[in-house]
Design a protein around this ligand. Structure first.
Ligand SMILES: Nc1ncnc2c1ncn2[C@@H]1O[C@H](COP(=O)(O)OP(=O)(O)OP(=O)(O)O)[C@@H](O)[C@H]1O
Ligand SMILES: [Mg+2]
Length: 400
């Protein structure tokens, strides 16, 4: 009897798919029983685009959406026990014939014991596996409904800003574009880890530290990796199969206490969004102050509710409105409406600043490229707000 045939039989019994189950190795189940460097202080409140100015009243809640339904793991485990019992009785049947042939009792007992062991080895062990504990780190998922709104820009510059504030920061690129490294000026070096290697390339967990890139800012980066289409599809299938893949990866990295992990994602619904929302403490939704972005907000709200659920360690979504143009009436009006709807969930506003685009062209963070620019100023202010939020929630020990 093979493991895969057992799994197939179980799924056909329950009319479900493998992604709705979690498989544990026996060892795991046993364990489970057991200079121009601005800093945040430089961001003067008086210079900020005032969120309060956009918020006449308290926030209006976005529409409630239905919650995800989970498969009944208890029934699945009962079915496995029935499978095991019937397999054992089949094994025992072999020995009726052996009795007739005059085989010794001891030999029959040995054979029976070996058959039982084979059955036990072949059967997968299903549990409602507790997610690995990640309480020693803070995880920020940078997400958006629409593409091109500035997620990678925000992820990279927040990483640099928080690192400069003395935090230990790991940025993880969970977007097949594999573009986050461009913000850090990391070029591949012969014989050393490069942005071509990354999380999408490794089947087994445990060797991802080898793919760390170390930026001059001190931020560590795990790139997605430069992969071909078949590898990308195989990786995404792996993420579909194991909803806890990212949780296991982050646990496996053995990050120091207090590390802040910033996860960059592709836009809209995706398997990557599902993975990051399963581990995040904070979902940072980046939005432009335009109609297209505004229209995706209910969808993002629903996705966050679906995938982050009501995990106690998830303390909600915050919103960053990017590329605000105060000179343009429509941008100003939509910013006001967003602040009205979202209330104090708006973490910050970042003005449109050509320096931000130029910084990317030169593969530098905005903090390095134009430390006195408006974009740098706004990004620093928003990073400060994130740090305060983490501190208030007890994720970090000291307030900034
Ligand atoms: N505040 C800003 N002012 C001016 N340009 C900006 C600003 N924020 C981001 N940009 C520019 O917008 C473009 C898109 O940014 P970015 O790649 O960070 O978006 P993204 O949301 O990560 O995109 P994708 O959805 O494709 O991953 C880049 O050229 C970036 O430099
Ligand atoms: Mg991006």
């Amino acid at each position: 009897m093979s493991t895969s045939s057992d799994i197939s039989r179980l799924f056909s019994k329950f009319g479900s798919g493998p992604s709705q189950y979690q498989e544990l190795l026996k060892e795991q189940s046993q364990q489970n029983s057991l200079p121009c460097e601005p800093d945040l202080a430089q961001a003067k409140d008086s210079e900020l685009p005032s969120i309060a100015a956009y918020v006449p009243d308290s926030g209006t809640a976005l529409p409630e959406e239905s919650r995800v339904k989970y498969v009944d793991l208890k029934s699945a485990r009962n079915a496995l026990e029935v499978e095991a019992a019937s397999a054992l009785s089949r094994s025992a049947g072999m020995f009726d014939k052996a009795l007739d042939a005059g085989v010794s009792l001891r030999s029959k007992l040995d054979d029976l014991s070996q058959a039982r062991q084979r059955e036990a080895d072949a059967l997968p062990v299903f549990f409602s596996r507790p997610r690995p504990s990640l309480s020693h780190i803070s995880i920020i998922a940078v997400v958006s409904g629409k593409g091109g709104v500035g997620k990678s820009t925000v992820a990279a510059n927040f990483a640099v800003a928080l690192q400069r504030e003395g935090q230990s920061v790991l940025a993880v690129d969970l977007d097949p574009q594999n573009a986050l490294h461009h913000h850090f000026g990391l070029e591949p070096e012969a014989g050393r880890a490069s942005w071509t290697a990354g999380i999408a390339q490794v089947d087994a967990l445990g060797s991802q530290q080898e793919n760390y890139l170390h930026s001059a800012s001190g931020v560590r980066l795990l790139p997605y990796g430069a992969v071909d289409e078949s590898r990308r599809r195989a990786f995404e299938a792996q993420l579909e199969e194991d909803p806890d893949w990212l949780a296991c990866l982050l646990a496996d990295l053995q990050l120091a206490d207090g590390t802040i992990v910033i996860l960059d994602t592709p836009p809209g619904p995706s398997i990557y969004l599902r993975q990051v929302l399963a581990v995040a403490n904070l979902a940072l939704v980046v939005s432009l102050s335009d109609a297209a972005s505004y229209n995706t907000l209910p969808m993002m709200d629903s996705l966050i509710k679906t995938y982050a659920g009501d995990r106690p360690e998830f303390f909600g979504a915050s919103y960053l409105i990017n590329q605000v143009e105060r000179s343009r009436k429509l941008s100003e009006d939509i910013t006001r409406i967003m602040c009205d709807v979202l209330g104090d969930k708006v973490l910050g506003l970042v003005r449109r600043d050509p320096s931000i685009t130029e910084a990317l062209a030169y593969n530098r963070s905005v903090l390095d490229y134009d430390p006195r620019g408006l974009g740098c100023h706004d990004l620093l202010s928003s990073a400060k707000a994130v740090l305060l939020k983490l501190t208030e929630r007890g994720q970090l020990e000291q307030a900034v």
